[in-house]
Structure formats: C-alpha cells, structure tokens
Design a binder for this molecule. Structure first.
Ligand code: TPP
Ligand code: SF4
Length: 286
C-alpha cells in the first residue's frame, strides 16, 4: 500500500487548528496511541464521517477531543454504553471506543464484559497505564500487587485483572495486546480490530511517567518504554521461556480472532422477522 505522508494524515484526521496543544504530559504514551489510530484509519482510507469515536473520562479518554471524526466524550465508565446506543441506531458507522483501565474495568467493568459477551461490533482501544492518571493516581483494577498509588500508599494488595483474559472469558471475538513502545504493531492490531466484524479489543500498555512512573520509581518515559520492550514479549518469545523466566513478563499478540454472530445484525434480523409476522397477522385480518 502507498505510504501516506504524516502531514496529510494529521491535516485530515486531527482538529489541529482548534484543539491543540493537547493536555497530555511530556512522555505520556497517549499521543503514540493517537498516532497509531489515525494512521490505521488512513490506511483503510475511511472517511471521517464514517467513524464515531466514543470515550468516557480520563487522560486516555480525551482522545476524541483531538480527532476530526464524529465524536462523543461522555461519562466516566459509560463509553461502551453510549457506543452501544450509537451502533444500534446507526449500524453502518464504524464505532471506536477509547478508554482507560479505570474507565473500562472499574466503573465501566459491567459494560465491558457484556459488550464482549453480546459481540456488538465495537472496536475498544484500551490504554492500560495501571492507574487513574487524570485524577492524580488512585489504583485501578490493573494496578500490580505491591505498587504504590494515592489509594494504596503502603502498596497494593488487590490482585490485578489481566484485561485480555477478562475479555476472552467474556467471549470477545477479537482480543489483542501490545504496547506504546511497539507503535507499528499497535497500528497493525488497531487496523485488524477496526475491520473485524464483532467486538474487538486492543489493549495497549501505556506509560504514565508523571503519576504512575514517579510513584513507583519506574524512571523517566524512555526508561518506561525500555521496560516495555524488554518485558512485554511476543507470544512466541514468551512461550519459549521457562516458568521461572516468565515471572514479571507479559505476553503481547493477537490472542483470539474468530467470527461469531454479531449483535446489531441479530437484532435487525429479529426486528424484520417480527415485522413480517405482524404483517401476516394483519393480512389475515383483511
Ligand atoms: C462517575 C464519575 N466518577 C469518578 C469520576 C472521576 N474520574 C475522572 S477520570 C477517572 C479515572 C481515570 O482513569 P483511567 O480510566 O484509567 O484513565 P487515565 O486517566 O489513566 O487515562 C476518575 C475516577 C468521574 N469523572 N465520574
Ligand atoms: S497523568 Fe499520566 S496518563 Fe495522564 S497525561 Fe500525564 S502522563 Fe499521561
């Protein structure tokens, strides 16, 4: 495919004259993910009006402010609920949900698992930085055991969710994980998720150097990126490790890619069959 110059992508898909500079801290991974999203959309040659991006509230959830698609910046934890409404009302739209680990798996956890179970055609891009960044660093359901946050000042004792395992358990049809360090892979996974018919999840491990990094002595943004490179391994590399070597390492890759009945299509079929049966009843009456 012909490579589209960055400037053209930026001019076409970003609200660069209206909404920049952005609010993200120096070294935050959110901008890398934004770049991967718009490059994936550019590769697909989708029109801006074909897409609706929906988010909740959080640093990650500010992404719809910056893209020139149809956008909905909604309530904390309710992005998937709003996105479900959009998709059912206008199934022809490509609906992208951008969410954080807090937004999607704490307050929004129920919406997340049930959208996966229903297999509604949404692409969920989940930026997992292991903390509530926007509100100053409370722990989230993905904060690792032992980590310090404002709500776990003596170290977290709650076991963390593995977001991809959660989505797989809930029945999601497409499940992938990568990191902000692996930006090209992120773009590829997002593109695959966007064209996948059904619920798709791309979890992107992100660096929040200013809150999570500082509180947990993870070093600066480059150090956090280096750690992603060294510790978040492809499925192939991970599977070669001994059980002992797997300690502290995480797998990245596509964990599931299957086609199953999609919710809006099933809903449409049901409506049409009911309308047809009502029509038969009406015909019998005449
Ligand atoms: C109903 C409700 N509860 C709480 C908040 C406060 N709040 C805003 S963002 C946020 C957490 C954001 O964390 P996450 O979703 O992980 O995103 P991040 O900022 O880390 O990208 C919270 C608790 C809110 N806005 N609305
Ligand atoms: S607080 Fe963390 S997640 Fe939020 S913009 Fe800053 S670095 Fe990024």
């Amino acid at each position: 495919m012909q490579k589209i110059p960055q400037k053209i992508i930026h001019n076409k898909y970003l609200r660069h004259r209206k909404k920049f500079p952005h609010v993200w801290c120096p070294g935050c991974s959110n901008g890398i993910v934004l770049g991967a999203v718009i490059r994936a959309v550019a590769e697909l040659e989708w029109k801006r009006s074909d897409i609706t991006m929906v988010s909740g509230i959080g640093c990650s959830s500010r992404m719809p402010v910056y893209v020139d698609f149809n956008t909905l910046h909604t309530l904390h934890g309710r992005a998937i609920a709003f996105a479900t409404g959009v998709k059912l009302f206008k199934p022809e739209l490509k609906v992208i949900v951008v969410t954080g680990d807090g937004d999607a798996t704490a307050i929004g956890g129920n919406h997340f698992i049930h959208a996966a179970r229903r297999n509604i055609d949404l692409t969920v891009i989940l930026l997992n930085n292991y903390i509530y960044g926007m509100t100053g660093g409370q722990y989230s359901p993905t904060t690792p055991i032992g980590d310090r946050t404002t709500t776990t000042p003596y170290g977290n004792i709650d076991p963390a969710f593995d977001i991809c395992e959660l989505a797989l358990g809930a029945g999601a049809a497409f499940v992938a994980r990568t990191t902000a360090y692996h930006a090209t892979e992120a773009q590829t996974f997002i593109k695959k998720a966007l064209v996948h018919k059904g619920f798709s999840l791309v979890e992107i491990i992100c660096a929040c150097p200013i809150i999570y990094g500082r509180m947990n002595k993870k070093g600066d943004a480059p150090a956090m990126m280096k750690s992603m490179k060294e510790n978040i391994l492809s499925i192939k590399a991970y599977e070669k490790l001994t059980e002992e070597q797997k300690e502290g390492k995480i797998k990245r890759g596509i964990f599931r890619e299957v086609i199953k009945p999609e919710y809006t299509e099933e809903y449409d079929k049901l409506v049409k069959s009911l309308q047809a049966s009502i029509g038969e009843v009406d015909n019998d009456r005449t």
